[in-house]
Design a protein around this ligand. Structure first.
Ligand code: SF4
Ligand code: SF4
Length: 497
């Protein structure tokens, strides 16, 4: 099944012995000029790339104070060393967060600290070189920017931000990653990661309406580009076609139908994902975000709701207002933006949805906290809402729910292994190995509690699990959308409001 060794999930997880260099070979395909240039990056490695890289590093530390603080403040305490799923799954010491940071730190020290300029060997400072660039390209694409290490670092050093900076520098010198940059280009050209044009999207939505009507006898609408609707829903394009994502979209449609609130999708902003964040590019993140603003203005909506997508929510929750705001044209009664889970949770709390949890009795559920939701955003109006709301929704629509071990959920959650722009087949080995800690936790509840399915609210997590769970022999089709569970349980018909 695989041309690499699949790690053995342990009942009691163990920290592996280091095996230097075992993942040095892992690197994604480099982007060709056709994928680099539309994003404003050089097509290929520029002649004076060492100077460009060093200059860009200085520009970034000047622009982002946090980056400079992170590069200056590590005391090598070692608290983060065993916290990264990629280290636990590969045993390559360069996948320890501190070592990953040091790949950039040693260049920063060489050019931007006095000690590094005069006594480089003493402080582990090195010149920018092809060897360094190759290491960056390999190991900064073995970081899913999940921020787990930052939770355990006494100084709060965020390796995700360092990894974003490294990727931004690599793009600036002409060595970008094909997967991310090709996808961002598709969003600019067509509106979504999949390259699904408006007519195909309209067809898909029409098909969904027919399918639901056949199943339930109720005409649930999936409006597209409908001016004057109250709510614009921006959702990952995976929701438009693949299981289990599309089952989640069906759930959103049913919730809006039952709530009696008009909504629309947009062909211009037919993608919630924002890969600009993964490559650390503010400008590309802003360009992608602006499409949401343009669509909201064009359609004259009052609210914006984001579908189930982890990093889209991180960008939306944390940065949308500064990237594409102000959103003063929206109804100030509602948060900008809102998560679909907040929207549904509020309706459930108010008793506005009739639910039959026994519709999900064929499943025993657990819930995977997606990193970007868990550690880089919030949800609702109380701290920890991002952990509480999805679980309360699941418990309202399912009778059987079990959490995974406490050190693997909430803000200690383990990444699915495919986040941060790694969800590509050319990185399958690191994806499978990086999933080990999550698979160990899942296996425990499968064996001890009879869990049959794992729900998530992130398109990347769901896609990654669909692909990697079979490698571990835990089961098939275990990955489900939270709104898929809502869809199963919701009783269509007269509103109870
Ligand atoms: S951000 Fe996540 S993937 Fe990156 S080093 Fe930290 S724990 Fe590992
Ligand atoms: S936990 Fe923080 S301070 Fe300690 S080694 Fe890791 S990054 Fe450095």
């Amino acid at each position: 099944m695989a041309d690499f060794e699949i790690p053995e999930p342990k009942e009691i997880p163990v920290i592996p012995k280091v095996q230097p260099g075992v993942m040095a070979h892992s690197a994604p395909f480099v982007a060709k000029p056709v994928f680099q240039e539309p994003l404003g990056f050089p097509g290929e490695l520029v002649d004076n790339w060492e100077d460009v890289a060093v200059k860009k590093l200085g520009e970034l530390t000047g622009k982002y104070r946090s980056l400079q603080v992170y590069l200056d403040s590590c005391v090598k305490c070692g608290a983060c060393t065993d916290k990264c799923h990629y280290y636990l799954g590969t045993s390559d010491p360069k996948n320890m967060p501190v070592a990953r940071q040091d790949l950039l730190r040693k260049v920063y020290r060489r050019y931007y600290t006095i000690a590094g300029q005069y006594f480089p060997k003493l402080v582990g400072a090195v010149d920018m070189s092809k060897e360094v660039l190759d290491e960056w390209y390999s190991y900064y694409h073995q970081c899913s920017q999940c921020r787990r290490c930052s939770v355990f670092c006494p100084y709060g050093i965020d390796t995700a931000e360092i990894s974003m900076a490294a990727r931004e520098i690599m793009d600036a010198v002409g060595q970008g990653q094909k997967y991310c940059n090709e996808i961002i280009g598709k969003v600019y050209k067509i509106g979504n990661n999949l390259g699904l044009p408006e007519p195909a999207l309209a067809d898909t939505l029409e098909g969904l309406e027919e399918e639901i009507e056949e199943d339930t006898g109720v005409k649930v609408r999936f409006p597209l580009d409908e001016k004057g609707a109250d709510v614009l829903v921006v959702t990952p394009s995976a929701d438009f076609f693949a299981e289990p994502h599309v089952d989640g979209l069906i759930g959103y449609g049913k919730v809006f139908h039952q709530a009696g609130i008009s909504w629309t999708l947009s062909s211009h902003a037919s993608e919630a994902a924002n890969f600009g964040m993964f490559i650390g590019s503010y400008e590309n993140m802003r360009r992608v975000s602006m499409r949401v603003r343009e669509a909201a203005l064009e359609l004259g909506v009052k609210r914006i709701v984001f579908g189930e997508c982890g990093h889209a929510w991180r960008v939306a929750y944390s940065f949308l207002n500064t990237l594409a705001g102000p959103f003063d044209f929206l109804d100030p009664k509602y948060p900008v933006p809102q998560h679909i889970c907040e929207f549904t949770h509020d309706l459930i709390k108010r008793g506005a949805l009739k639910l039959d949890p026994s519709a999900n009795d064929d499943m025993v559920l657990t819930y995977h906290d997606s990193c970007n939701v868990a550690r880089a955003s919030r949800m609702g109006d109380s701290p920890g809402g991002q952990f509480v709301l999805p679980r309360e929704i699941i418990k309202a629509v399912c009778n059987n729910f079990v959490d995974m071990p406490p050190d693997t959920i909430h803000d200690s959650t383990y990444c699915c292994g495919g986040g941060g722009g790694l969800l590509t087949d050319d990185l399958m080995e690191i994806r499978v190995k990086g999933a080990l800690p999550r698979m160990e936790a899942l296996k425990q509840v499968v064996e001890n509690d009879g869990v049959t399915h794992m729900a998530a609210i992130c398109a990347i997590c769901k896609s990654q699990f669909t692909k990697v769970i079979p490698y571990y022999g835990i089961g098939l089709d275990m990955s489900v959308s939270v709104h898929q569970l809502v869809s199963n349980a919701i009783v269509l018909g007269d509103n109870e409001q």
